[in-house]
Write a new protein. Structure first.
Length: 397
């Protein structure tokens, strides 16, 4: 009898161990490997518990800031009858669909001289798409970009106006702001030159959950194992961050692309100090002459609103809501700090709309860094962005 009890005890113990172990293994096992390392779970894992956010994210600008090109998403641009960009009498680039994909084809005096396929799209198409092709382990930018405002192809920003150019290298720096990860290798080819190679298969398109929230495997495993736990564990909460930490988490990609990196910003996690990633020339508090393109941080930091309050990007933007174009909703955020405003009669006569503080105080401005040119047009088209330098501007109209 005693022996029987002991066996029963051992058996129960073993079963308990197996159950506990298998539960642990199940949770972690359900999570696929991620190229970024064992601390990452990948965006597919987050869908299980954060379905709504994941769904909205699939359509937003961050989620789509880079993507693999498919005939499906390019076809809508091929229906326009302006698929040719003429540089001069001899030279033109044509966007052509062929059996093996869609290509930009360079012609010289009617003879095909370059053929490169669309592999990667940069941008969500909000304002523009720029494209790149792979050649071995390097990316090169295609000569034509597609601009949403004019619904047509134009010379890629910064490219020569008189000649087609297929050889502009795209480094991992573009991907550091437009994707979640790419594995790189650098080789010193000479005293002055460092050569970078990227692993195509390791590229994670778009800016995914863990790019902004940090590695979250431990978080996912914990909540898979403890479904009744409603308080978040093992994840950095933006609510607990200091103002600088909050600003840094956006400034990592929204402080312009002229900065020198000390280490790859792919390593940046919310809570980190951005000063450890960008060299000292990091422009803070509105110094220098920031551009509207990509440098919302420095623009904002130069504003009175920012200096005289605790404002952060999140005072107006919640990355998980979609209020694009709803300037009345944004204006409510101004009014939350400015319940009353002193406007002159002249200003009020210009039709002060309670519903739109934005067009007067954050006007659209042309980027000094980016502009583009359409075929046969010698004029440069401006690339317009909202000025994040909130202030008093001469009133139009
Ligand atoms: C098994 C369920 C589960 C999975 C899988 C999961 N989470 Fe969560 N997460 C939760 C719960 C529960 C909370 C707390 C309640 C809430 O905020 O929704 C939470 C909260 C969060 C928060 C808010 C933290 C805060 O305090 O502000 C973030 C950010 C987050 N999760 C990110 C992620 C990411 C990224 C992934 C994928 C890598 C992920 N979660 C996967 C269950 C999960
Ligand atoms: C990993 C880089 C990265 C981080 C981190 C990041 N952004 Fe962005 N953000 C981008 C890129 C790239 C775009 C342009 C996307 C596009 O249209 O292709 C963008 C676009 C936006 C837009 C315009 C969206 C639209 O619908 O037009 C807003 C607003 C924005 N970001 C706010 C933020 C805020 C606020 C934070 C901090 C919480 C943040 N971003 C963090 C890279 C980043
Ligand atoms: C561009 C950066 C960015 C990306 C990408 C991003 N988040 Fe967030 N997320 C934030 C910020 C910033 C907050 C804090 C919002 C606040 O407190 O105002 C937040 C808040 C959250 C919260 C807390 C609940 C809430 O709505 O405030 C959860 C949960 C969450 N994110 C999950 C996710 C998941 C899942 C993904 C991927 C599908 C994701 N996030 C992608 C920046 C991002
Ligand atoms: C420091 C971060 C950063 C770097 C580096 C960067 N970008 Fe961007 N890019 C952004 C942000 C932020 C936006 C959107 C808002 C803006 O223009 O200010 C953007 C916008 C774009 C857009 C327009 C997207 C749209 O949907 O309208 C394209 C195309 C683009 N970038 C391509 C590139 C390419 C190609 C490179 C490399 C040569 C590059 N970017 C480097 C941050 C960056
Ligand atoms: C977080 C609070 C906050 C928010 C949100 C906010 N502001 Fe301000 N703003 C301030 C403070 C504080 C000042 C400085 C007031 C002073 O010195 O009397 C200021 C100053 C200003 C000024 C005077 C600027 C100057 O250079 O003299 C204007 C114009 C202004 N805000 C417009 C806006 C608009 C438009 C919005 C929305 C897009 C907005 N603000 C959002 C807090 C805020
Ligand atoms: C006082 C409110 C306010 C604050 C604070 C603010 N933004 Fe914006 N932002 C706006 C408005 C308004 C728009 C235009 C939205 C639209 O047209 O739908 C905008 C647009 C953008 C865009 C799209 C680019 C464009 O020109 O259309 C990006 C990117 C962006 N903000 C990033 C940021 C970042 C990063 C921060 C923090 C450094 C920030 N914003 C802080 C109000 C704000
Ligand atoms: C038609 C353009 C226009 C619109 C719309 C507008 N403003 Fe102004 N605002 C101005 C001008 C111009 C001034 C400078 C004073 C003047 O000449 O009236 C100013 C001044 C201000 C000031 C500084 C004076 C003060 O009150 O301390 C604030 C703050 C401000 N506006 C906020 C707002 C907010 C918030 C809204 C939206 C509810 C708004 N403005 C809508 C043009 C405009």
């Amino acid at each position: 009898m005693k022996r029987y009890k002991r066996i029963l005890f051992i058996l129960t113990f073993l079963v308990a161990v197996v159950v506990i172990l298998s539960r642990c293994m199940n949770a972690a096992d359900k999570i696929p490997d991620d190229v970024r390392g064992e601390n990452y779970a990948g965006a597919k894992t987050c869908v299980k518990c954060h379905a709504d956010i994941s769904k909205s994210f699939a359509h937003n600008a961050h989620g789509n800031s880079s993507s693999a090109v498919s005939a499906q998403n390019l076809n809508k641009f091929l229906t326009t009858d302006s698929n040719t960009f003429v540089f001069n009498n001899e030279m033109k680039v044509v966007v052509e669909q062929r059996d093996s994909g869609i290509y930009q084809v360079g012609y010289f005096n009617g003879k095909q001289v370059r053929v490169q396929r669309f592999d990667i799209a940069f941008g969500s198409g909000e304002k523009a798409f720029t494209y790149a092709y792979w050649k071995d382990k390097k990316l090169f930018q295609l000569p034509l970009s597609h601009f949403s405002e004019i619904k047509t192809w134009a010379n890629s920003p910064g490219f020569p106006v008189n000649t087609m150019y297929f050889d502009r290298v795209i480094t991992s720096r573009c991907l550091e702001c437009h994707s979640s990860f790419v594995k790189t290798q650098t080789k010193q080819v000479s005293a002055l030159q460092i050569d970078e190679e990227m692993e195509k298969g390791s590229l994670i398109y778009g800016i995914d959950c863990e790019r902004c929230h940090g590695p979250a495997k431990q978080h996912a495993v914990f909540h898979l194992e403890n479904p009744k736990e409603k308080a978040p564990k093992f994840i950095t909460s933006y609510k607990t961050l200091s103002r600088k930490q909050k600003m840094d988490a956006c400034a990592v990609c929204h402080s312009g692309n002229t900065l020198t990196t000390i280490q790859s910003v792919f390593n940046f996690q919310p809570g980190d100090n951005l000063d450890n990633f960008y060299a000292q020339d990091f422009v803070s508090f509105g110094g220098a002459n920031p551009d509207v393109h990509g440098n919302q941080s420095a623009m904002l930091e130069g504003s009175m609103c920012y200096r005289k309050s605790e404002m952060t990007c999140q005072s107006c933007h919640n990355t998980h809501e979609s209020i694009k174009g709803k300037l009345n909703v944004y204006s409510q955020r101004c009014i939350s700090c400015h319940q009353t405003q002193k406007h002159t009669k002249e200003t009020l006569a210009k039709g002060i709309l309670k519903a739109n503080c934005i067009d007067c105080h954050m006007p659209m401005q042309a980027s000094k860094l980016i502009s583009f040119q359409t075929a046969g047009n010698k004029n440069v088209n401006p690339y317009l962005l909202r000025s994040h330098h909130i202030g008093i501007y001469p009133v139009q109209k």
